[in-house]
Ligand binder design. Structure first.
Ligand code: SF4
Length: 356
């Protein structure tokens, strides 16, 4: 068996899961979450068991209730609506999605038509395009570049920019970039593509092993864009059999030869280990790391403020100085120290702790 490295949780997913776990600890249930916190059925079910209610409309969240916004990023009007009615809102958007929102906002303000490569209806794409809806056009396939209308004026050549959903497969992105450059020679693009480091690294790790495999197992949910991208990568690198499974229970009984295993950015490592155990490879497990990820995203600012406020209040009640690290019971036992130690806290352990 060949095990891809890196795989599984990325820094954005780590941040979102740890933040929602804090919300669950701090507030009485229900805590609300706008959209799935990350696209993984097991993670979502674990939070449901802790009293988290997932909604697709912030108007379904009562006034004053605690509400987390998912890692995929939300439309500006959703964020505004969420913050009305006294709700306690924590936005767990990944900073790399925020970066794309910013690029779109700036290009639209400068008069560009922005071509956005993404998946119709995916939450990240919906949230991003809502930043400048009248300036953006969605591209899903190479052919969509040729179908664009109203961008060929000779005397008043429109300025065109190209941005992307963070979790595309490299092939999806590359074909559209090439065609867009041909059609719009002055195309503006960010210095680095919007495909995030986690997407790129997981695909590179899989490419390194896919050609040697008789079958590749990709662990993750079907609505996880980067998981689906991994399936595409394995196929395009010649692997004869590619399976996406939610967990070990979905593995078929007839896998043989060299099996490669990887996991999408929202799939917990526990699921990977269960798959490895179920496959029980007689030839052992060979790891093929292509890079070591050290990226870390700190907790959302609203959560940091919330925890500091609670800690200060509890510290005052206990007569302790409110210095952010004073060991107030419950919250205090964690908040100052956890905020300081958040970098070394692992979301997989947080999930395991919740389950236990
Ligand atoms: Fe952020 Fe990339 Fe992870 Fe999405 S896959 S949460 S963009 S790091």
């Amino acid at each position: 068996m060949l095990l891809a490295e890196p795989r599984g949780f990325c820094a954005g997913v780590e941040k979102a899961i740890k933040a929602l776990a804090w919300m669950v600890r701090v507030f009485e249930p229900p805590v609300y979450c706008y959209h799935e916190i990350v696209h993984n059925r097991h993670v979502v079910d674990q939070f449901r068991a802790q009293g988290v209610v997932f909604v697709d409309d912030v108007e379904d969240v009562p006034a004053g209730a605690p509400l987390m916004l998912s890692a995929h990023g939300s439309a500006p009007e959703v964020v505004t609506a969420a913050r009305s009615d006294g709700r306690v809102v924590v936005d767990a958007v990944c900073p790399l999605v925020t970066k794309v929102h910013h690029e779109l906002r700036v290009r639209a303000r400068k008069g560009y038509t922005v071509l956005y490569v993404g998946h119709h209806g995916h939450e990240e794409a919906v949230g991003t395009m809502a930043v400048a809806p009248t300036s953006v056009r969605l591209l899903e396939r190479v052919e969509d570049v040729d179908l664009l209308e109203g961008l060929d004026s000779v005397e008043d050549q429109p300025r065109v920019a190209l941005l992307a959903q963070t979790t595309l497969s490299h092939d999806e992105w590359a074909g559209i970039v090439d065609r867009a450059r041909e059609r719009f020679p002055d195309l503006w693009m960010p210095n680095r593509s919007d495909l995030c480091f986690a997407t790129t690294n997981r695909q590179a790790a899989l490419k390194a092993l896919a050609g040697q495999c008789d079958a590749v197992v990709v662990i993750g949910s079907e609505n996880s864009s980067n998981t689906v991208a991994l399936e595409q990568v394995a196929r395009s690198f010649g692997c004869p059999r590619v399976l996406r499974v939610n967990d070990a229970a979905e593995l078929p009984d007839d896998l043989s030869g060299t099996v490669g295993v990887t996991a999408g950015a929202s799939a917990p490592e526990a699921l990977v280990q269960a798959v490895v155990a179920r496959l029980a490879p007689t030839g052992g497990v060979h790891r093929s790391p292509v890079t070591v990820e050290e990226e870390y995203f700190p907790p959302p600012p609203e959560l940091r403020e919330l925890l500091r406020g609670l800690e200060a209040a509890l510290g005052l009640l206990n007569g302790a100085p409110s210095d952010g690290g004073s060991g107030a019971p419950g919250i205090g036992e964690g908040s100052g120290q956890v905020l300081a130690g958040d970098r070394t806290t692992v979301a997989a352990d947080v999930l395991e702790g919740m389950a236990g």
